[in-house]
Design a protein around this ligand. Structure first.
Ligand SMILES: Cc1cc2nc3c(=O)[nH]c(=O)nc-3n(C[C@H](O)[C@H](O)[C@H](O)COP(=O)(O)OP(=O)(O)OC[C@H]3O[C@@H](n4cnc5c(N)ncnc54)[C@H](O)[C@@H]3O)c2cc1C
Length: 459
């Protein structure tokens, strides 16, 4: 990159914020542009009276030292909330009843969630041969290694809960690279998980914690943004173009620059072809990625209105159960301060890749569906005292079969346009921690490119 060494970041999602924060901390000046009036993108917390709701992510799984250190550096460790230990209990619906997911070998033997046949089939897993299909779906992989019952009652709900999608729609290698590696490296998920424990410790892993913050997850992007020297809100960048080796940006009213580099942290579906130099074919390949619609319904009830003790993280409904909801989080059990005293807060997920048509219904229709199902599953009576419906027309990118083509296209665009970087949850993981790690790595890459250029020009 060039002499001025100032980087523009378009989009204040968690990836863009991390890149900006890390560059600035290491002496590279940055300007960040966000079209909304606040930072965070999908990470959004809303307080209404004593109700605290998460519109996007609800929890962060903290397992990497580098992210724990970042929270300390930001001073957020003092606001960190570790999920209630009860949250280690996760329920799966089977035959209309909430069954706890087993967490130990002894609970796995006794569980009513899986049949004896299903359990015996899992024991065969170490003897199943590796696949020679380089890009299989999660469903193909799970059925082959663990059997149909595990696919239906463990993997299917897990994929709906995290990716708002079906295992049939997603590439194993891109969506769950760790599982793919276990099969490749050890020939077995069970053996690999046992043998890999030591290696994971050496990779900078810490004991896992499921966390949020006192004022919700948005404290993280808010804190990062507050540390940045230059952030422009309400500024949608319409064009990033390179002139004489330097980058200039244009919004509706202003131009900005010059910059030595530009990071675009916009979701693929928000990108316009005019935003950066790209051919029509390449643009189409990138933006064809599907983001299924998702509805999130926050519901508050008096504790007496709910029969179930809500003693856990929440529940997930496998597709086989033919429900109209994907599952629900017991939000007020997870963290304190989510609901007024004497009330429960539930966060229910509807739609995704499984039933996209339900996600798009009107709030009243969704509420009727949700209340009926919650009554059947956890014994909810009467009307909620609090409701808030959040609609994501496009929720989470689906890393589909053939996703290599998307990643190759992005790499090609970056190679052709010196100083241009595309970053966000459409690359190398959708979770908040993945986005942070990818942001830190990208900042490091940008710094090393600048350092090399500087050395070249010094010699
Ligand atoms: C409903 C839901 C639940 C989730 N739950 C979890 C969870 O529990 N745990 C977890 O770890 N992850 C979860 N995720 C995933 C995670 O939240 C996201 O993958 C991650 O936050 C995406 O970050 P990002 O960096 O890709 O940017 P994004 O969040 O996509 O933000 C991009 C930003 O760029 C801005 N922008 C776009 N174009 C322009 C432009 N031209 N000019 C200026 N600004 C622009 C946008 O306004 C936006 O602010 C969830 C996601 C959703 C939707």
């Amino acid at each position: 990159m060039l002499q001025n060494n100032k980087v523009a970041i378009i989009g204040s999602g968690i990836t863009g914020l991390t890149v900006a924060y890390s560059l600035q901390k290491n002496g590279v000046s940055c300007e960040l542009f966000e079209k909304k009036n606040e930072p965070g993108g999908s990470v959004k917390t809303v307080r209404q009276g004593d109700w605290l709701t998460e519109y996007g992510p609800n929890t962060i799984l903290l397992k990497d030292r580098v992210i724990a250190d970042l929270l300390i550096e930001l001073g957020l460790h003092v606001n960190k909330l570790i999920a209630n230990p009860a949250a280690s209990k996760r329920y799966i619906v089977r035959d209309g009843v909430l069954q706890p997911l087993p967490v130990s070998p002894s609970s796995a033997i006794g569980t009513e969630l899986f049949s004896w046949r299903g359990k015996m089939r899992v024991l065969k897993e170490p003897f199943i041969k590796r696949s020679n299909n380089p890009d299989q779906t999660i469903a193909e992989f799970a059925e082959r290694r663990l059997g149909a019952e595990m696919l239906d009652y463990a993997i299917n709900p897990f994929v709906a809960g995290i990716y708002a999608n079906n295992p049939e729609n997603l590439s194993l290698r891109h969506t769950l690279p760790a599982m793919h590696r276990l099969e490749n490296q050890y020939g077995s998920l069970i053996i690999g998980s046992l043998l890999g424990m030591r290696q994971r410790k050496n990779e900078g892993r810490i004991s896992r914690e499921l966390v949020s913050f006192e004022n919700g997850l948005q404290q993280l992007p808010d804190k990062m943004a507050s540390r940045l020297n230059k952030v422009y809100y309400n500024t949608e960048i319409l064009k990033a173009a390179r002139e004489n080796g330097e980058w200039f940006l244009a919004s509706k009213k202003n131009t900005f620059g010059p910059f030595s580099g530009v990071v675009i942290n916009s979701p693929l579906y928000m990108m316009k072809q005019s935003l950066f130099p790209v051919s029509e074919t390449d643009f189409k390949k990138m933006t064809d990625v599907h983001y299924p619609p998702l509805s999130v319904m926050h519901l508050g009830f008096l504790k007496e209105q709910v029969l179930h003790p809500l003693d856990g993280f929440g529940f997930l409904a496998p597709e086989k159960e033919k429900r109209s909801i994907l599952g629900a989080l017991f939000s007020s059990t997870l963290f304190p301060g989510r609901a007024p005293d004497g009330y429960h807060l539930l966060t229910v997920f509807i739609g995704g890749g499984r039933q996209p048509e339900i996600a798009t219904l009107q709030s009243e229709e969704i509420l009727d569906i949700v209340l009926e199902e919650l009554d059947e599953l956890i014994g909810v009576t009467g009307e909620p005292v609090f409701t808030d419906h959040v609609y994501w027309p496009k929720s989470i990118p689906a890393y589909h079969i053939g996703y290599d083509e998307v990643l190759d296209t992005i790499r090609k665009i970056e190679t052709m346009q010196s100083g241009l970087f595309l970053a966000g949850n459409f690359r190398h993981g959708i979770s908040v921690p993945d986005c942070i790690k990818n942001g830190l790595e990208l900042a490091e890459r940008i710094r090393s490119v600048s350092a090399n250029k500087k050395n070249d020009s010094d010699t």
